[in-house]
Ligand binder design. Structure first.
Ligand code: IVH
Length: 713
């Protein structure tokens, strides 16, 4: 028999309008617990513990507080679990062309580097004019619309860029999205941003609060939450809009320029942003940026920067992509918002690689519409007022507990501390001392020479490292297992059910049907949810190489380098063998590792030693999985898997362009000719390399033959 919860807590009497932030926070916590108890009792146990009227009034109270303090909305907010029906989830759609993200520029200098980089890559002289488009960067969520024979056939969210969620029924309810097109290419994918205006957002939240529904923290969340409704009829009632700014697969080109293509999309019935301008110089770009920034407050929707795109689509194609961003576009972000507050304390967090990260605990303060109560302090040098080379930052001022600090945040990144106010420093404030032992496991925390971080030496005996590693393993960009998030992994780890990543893939064998202890009997789980988790885990046994590599959580291997390594080595077997061979610094494999774009000596060393140290664990894990080779499409290219060397002068493209193109087609580009070289591309003036190639019997071709071979002539 369930105990009746006490809903008449005295704080519940406090009027929402009179609450301050800590009171509101405490009350939301209380309501979340109460309502969750009530939901479980009602839905799972069929044994309600409160009347419908009480339940509704608690939900309304929760919604009213969330409307007043959107920044306090909890991840487990009762408002998020509308109807409590288990979401069956959306179908998945593989994008015919990957959905990209954008590199960022934070200063005029970054923008100048972007433009100069393009000139260098394409070998254009400074007199050649280069045109760009400039348009606002909309703070919403991106959507890809596919039209076949002029009919909208499906709509997908960005997802991980390769696979998104099928929100076709929802997209059909948005007025800015045409259902059918006249005179469009047979296949046309239109991409753009779904967003909500400020006034629509305010009205929606007021309505939601009134009915005890979900209240949103900002217009972007509201747009995302409204689009991703399993019941498209709910989406229909939400005021969503759509700006078109790009395209994916096409059966025929839209135009020769970016601006032309957008004009064509507009003629077809889409809405491009009205502030889009064509620019022909850096000054032009900066003027447009300033003009758009000046209108920001009056636009009526959120933007967080200005996007510049090279106008000429032929040049765009020549520039191509880095791993997830095009070389021909950049987002010039608006400067970060700032605020002053008190530094109440410094907490130490231990990450998956054992790094001790100091985090500032702040008196909560609003920065750019979001309440901030933590900020990163990077490492002990940063706190002491030095950068990694020992040079003074903040004019050498250190950061102490009790200081007034100026914090700033740009976009979604964690807030940072810009400066302190020396005039307001209390006499009692003392310089901060980084702990020399891990606060989680007590092992010594050491700082290696040349390193800026202090690391716990406890390895996997350190609970923080073990848990953080697991959390990383299941995170969105890694294995992304539905129903197995940070919270679940932490609880399984605590009870010894999952100690390392491979245990995830044997969970069913150990706690599935027929086992003495079963997941379905665990608190918070049932027959259905347990089966769902086992299925979700099975679904991720097949995993792309890049994701697998990123999931391993090796130091220095982020998403970008994982993608780069994956596309360089192609398959798991090749990569694993290369890491073993590369342990010998004189081996060709070592040289090859260093030749990969973005791999320097430090990363090479950590990769090699990471693989060596974890070999048994990684191999055991890999045996439970099917690791997909990197991008199958490039395997068909005539140069896929070949090792190519360029020498002499290339006349029709720069070295950088040639190398990028070869790599995009799955080839490896090496700096010197050896017995492993498959092909030498020799331009005029080729010297010793051409001779060596001839001696070794390596095939030699000229630039025109290279262009013909790669389909670029
Ligand atoms: S172009 C070729 N243009 O920003 C790259 N993106 O940070 C495709 N975004 O994922 C994007 N406004 O969701 C482009 N005017 C704009 C944009 C824009 C917002 C979003 C988009 C993208 C993200 C990248």
């Amino acid at each position: 028999m369930q105990q009746k919860p006490d809903i008449s807590d005295s704080s519940a009497e406090r009027a929402v309008e009179q609450m301050d932030l800590p009171e509101a926070q405490a009350e939301l916590e209380r309501l979340a617990a109460l309502l969750s108890q009530a939901d479980t009792a009602y839905f799972r146990d069929d044994a309600p513990v409160m009347s419908d009227a009480d339940y509704d009034s608690l939900r309304q109270r929760n919604a009213a507080i969330e409307a007043r303090f959107p920044q306090l909305i909890r991840p487990d907010s009762p408002g998020q679990r509308v109807g409590a029906a288990p979401a069956e989830g959306f179908g998945k759609i593989r994008h015919a062309r990957r959905m990209l993200s954008l590199a960022n520029a934070f200063s005029d200098e970054d923008v100048a580097d972007f433009v100069n980089g393009i000139r260098r890559f394409l070998n254009l002289d400074p007199q050649t004019p280069l045109f760009f488009t400039a348009e606002p960067k909309i703070d919403g969520l991106s959507l890809s619309l596919r039209y076949e024979a002029g009919r909208l056939v499906h709509a997908a969210t960005r997802g991980d860029g390769e696979i998104g969620e099928d929100v076709t029924a929802n997209a059909r309810t948005i007025a800015d999205i045409p259902q059918s097109l006249a005179d469009a290419p047979d296949v046309l994918e239109v991409r753009g941003e779904v967003y909500m205006t400020h006034s629509d957002f305010a009205a929606l939240n007021a309505k939601q609060a009134g009915i005890g529904g979900k209240v949103f923290a900002n217009p972007r969340n509201a747009a995302a939450g409204s689009l991703r409704q399993l019941d498209a009829e709910i989406t229909r009632q939400r005021p969503l809009r759509f700006f078109a700014y790009a395209w994916g697969a096409l059966s025929a080109p839209l135009a020769a320029t970016q601006a032309g293509a957008l004009a064509r999309l507009e003629a077809l019935g889409f809405v491009p942003n009205p502030l889009l301008r064509k620019c022909e110089s850096l000054t032009d770009l900066f003027d447009t940026y300033t003009a758009i920034a000046a209108q920001r407050a009056e636009l009526g929707y959120d933007i967080d920067g200005v996007v510049y795109k090279l106008d000429d689509l032929t040049l765009q194609a020549r520039l191509g992509l880095r791993s997830t961003t095009p070389r021909w576009a950049i987002a010039h972000k608006f400067p970060a918002e700032r605020a002053w507050t008190l530094l109440e304390g410094i907490d130490i967090q231990v990450g998956r690689t054992g790094a001790l990260s100091p985090v500032a605990r702040l008196t909560p303060v609003t920065v750019g519409g979001v309440v901030v109560s933590n900020a990163t302090l990077h490492n002990e040098d940063y706190i002491a007022g030095r950068d990694s080379r020992g040079e003074a930052i903040r004019d050498g001022r250190d950061i102490r507990i009790g200081d007034w600090v100026e914090i700033y945040r740009a976009g979604d990144v964690i807030p940072k501390i810009r400066d302190i106010d020396p005039a307001r420093r209390p006499d009692t404030a003392i310089p901060y001392q980084m702990p020399d032992h891990c606060p989680e496991c007590g092992s010594p925390a050491l700082r290696e020479p040349g390193e800026s971080v202090r690391r716990c030496t406890g390895g996997m005996i350190c609970p923080a490292q073990a848990v953080e590693r697991l959390k990383h393993f299941v995170s969105r960009a890694a294995f992304d297992i539905e129903g197995l998030g940070a919270k679940q992994v932490e609880s399984f780890w605590r009870d010894g059910w999952i100690a390392s990543p491979r245990d995830i893939f044997t969970l069913k064998d150990r706690f599935g049907p027929g086992q003495p202890r079963q997941l379905k009997n665990r608190e918070g789980w049932g027959e259905k949810s347990a089966q769902k988790l086992f299925d979700a885990i099975d679904a991720k046994r097949r995993i792309p190489l890049a994701r697998f590599l990123f999931a391993l959580g090796l130091r220095h291997v982020g998403e970008t380098s994982a993608a780069m390594l994956a596309s360089h080595y192609g398959s798991w077997d090749a990569l694993r063998a290369a890491m073993v061979e590369a342990a010998d610094p004189d081996s060709p494999a070592h040289g090859e590792l260093l030749s990969i774009d973005g791999v320097g000596p430090v990363m090479a060393q950590t990769l090699i030693s990471g693989f060596a140290a974890e070999r048994a664990e990684i191999n055991a894990l890999a045996k439970l999985l099917e690791i997909e080779p990197a991008s199958e499409s490039i395997a068909d290219s005539p140069v896929a898997g070949k090792t190519i060397v360029f020498t002499g002068t290339l006349e029709r493209m720069t070295r950088a362009e040639a190398k990028a193109r070869a790599e995009a087609l799955g080839a490896k580009v090496a700096g010197s000719v050896s017995a492993r070289t498959d092909l030498l591309v020799a331009g005029p003036g080729a010297g010793s390399k051409a001779k060596k190639a001839a001696d070794l019997g390596v095939e030699v071709i000229d630039e025109d033959q290279w262009l013909a071979l790669t389909g670029a002539s």
